[in-house]
Design a binder for this molecule. Structure first.
Ligand code: NAG
Ligand code: NAG
Ligand code: NAG
Ligand code: NAG
Length: 413
């Protein structure tokens, strides 16, 4: 689990919001999508109800993905499918200025004088070229606690993918839903369709989670212990991190400014330059991703971090045991206490834009149970992080919670 030029944080994200409906002519204030964890691939999936007649398209939920893409080669049937003409406003919004021809029989994904995008399997990092299209999407609205009417977006922009691009994705999925910062990312399109603020919130849990789009106020469920609340700016990586992209495009992924990594308040000695995004190459920095099953670290950071962690753990009389792939540092649970925050292991601290804004990662989140008596340093999804992303101001606020009772409470709709 080493050798990637960024740190990718895999987190359990959860959020609840509350608002009320007042208008007589119905305009939703928020939309909701289910987010489910796939046990085999550890990817998150969601269902997008698309096309005419409507079908639920199961797609991988990709927090930093640029746009929605679905397989148009196989089984795409819809009377409302449209491919916008090249050089139209939709094409330019989608960041595509070319003009494409298709030499196969006409069908969704194959039309002339259209524009094309690059559907990107961000799990396997494979991209291809595909027609930019629009179709009807229908989505559940919510007032925060209860589901509301199903509303329609007649012309949601997406990109046509190909069947081979589905390789490596959770079984049964037909594409990926990009929640990234691009104009045609789903949060921006949902906000534009119903004129609500460009913000969204996600809960990723080991079972069923949820994503909310739109206006709050976001009210967290009462009675849940909140261990920390913090806000940090999201950073823009000026170079796209997609597998293929139009030249000059910014990354649609969400980066945060980790400036220092500590374990039990002791700084891990690393080359801090690697924590910064290199503005020319786009390499470096810390992104929040949902497509890597566990945290990924650049090799030298991984090595320094693991050895510092092992040292700190053995200082607490925690016994290191043989590694269990893909993890490098595993421990016996024998001498490890259990607290409300999971196993009583050394605490990881990510110092953000200022010294007093620290993302604390406790045992519940840092340890993966690989067997009854062995835990490994990785990323476990029992920690609840309420994450709110404001696209307009590039802010992320997060609230880390340690109760997993909430999940069953309101994720059941
Ligand atoms: C949401 O709707 C339900 C049922 O319509 C209602 O009981 C509840 O009070 C509403 N909640 C908010 C926060 O508006
Ligand atoms: C696109 O135009 C070319 C050239 O005129 C033609 O051969 C082809 O069949 C057309 N494709 C479609 C899908 O209409
Ligand atoms: C730190 O990393 C940067 C970027 O890879 C490199 O240019 C620099 O030489 C490194 N510094 C040290 C002290 O290793
Ligand atoms: C670790 O174990 C040693 C020997 O059993 C004991 O003296 C020491 O106090 C223990 N340290 C901690 C932090 O529990």
């Amino acid at each position: 689990m080493a050798s990637s030029p960024f740190i990718s944080l895999l987190l359990l994200l959860i959020l609840s919001l509350s608002s009320s409906f007042a208008q007589p002519s119905f305009r939703p204030k928020a939309l909701v999508l289910p987010v489910t964890k796939d046990r085999t691939t550890l990817q998150y999936t969601t269902d997008i109800n698309q096309r005419t007649p409507l079908v639920p398209a199961s797609v991988v939920f990709d927090l930093g993905g640029r746009n929605l893409w679905v397989d148009c080669d196989r089984g795409y049937v819809s009377s409302t499918y449209t491919s916008p003409r090249c050089r139209s406003a939709v094409c330019s919004r989608a960041g595509s200025d070319g003009c494409s021809q298709c030499f196969s029989p006409q069908r969704p994904g194959c039309n002339n004088n259209t524009c094309s995008g690059t559907p990107d399997n961000t799990v396997t990092r494979t991209a291809t070229s595909g027609e930019i299209a629009t179709d009807v999407v229908s989505i559940q609205s919510t007032n925060g606690s209860n589901p509301g009417r199903v509303v329609q977006i007649p012309d949601l922009v997406f990109v046509c993918g190909a069947t081979f691009l589905l390789q490596g994705l959770a079984s049964g999925t037909v594409g990926m839903a990009g929640m990234g910062r691009h104009n045609i990312g789903l949060p921006s399109q949902f906000a534009a369709a119903f004129s609500f603020n460009r913000k969204f919130a996600v809960c990723l849990s080991s079972g069923r989670g949820v994503a909310f789009f739109g206006n709050g106020p976001y009210v967290f469920l009462p009675g849940i212990p909140v261990s920390s609340v913090a806000t940090t700016p999201l950073l823009v990586n000026p170079v796209s991190t997609a597998s293929a992209f139009p030249s000059g495009e910014k990354s649609s992924e969400y980066f945060i400014g980790v400036t220092e990594i500590k374990i039990d308040e002791k700084t891990v000695p690393i080359n801090a330059t690697l924590l910064r995004i290199d503005g020319t190459t786009g390499v470096g920095g810390t992104k929040i991703s949902t497509v890597n099953p566990y945290t990924v670290l650049e090799t030298s950071i991984y090595n320094a971090f693991t050895s510092a962690y092992v040292k700190e753990a053995t200082g607490r009389n925690i016994t290191r045991v043989a590694s269990v792939a893909p993890f490098g540092a595993c421990f016996s649970t024998q001498n490890v206490g259990v607290t409300r925050l999971g196993y009583a292991v050394p605490e990881i601290q990510l110092v953000l834009h200022s010294n007093d804004v620290v993302w604390r990662i406790f045992g519940a989140n840092s340890m993966v149970s690989v067997s009854d008596d062995v835990i490994c340093l990785g990323c476990n999804l029992y920690l609840f992080l309420y994450l709110l992303i404001l696209l307009t101001h590039y802010l992320i606020s997060y609230i880390v919670m340690f109760s997993n009772t909430v999940a069953t409470h309101y994720l059941s709709f």
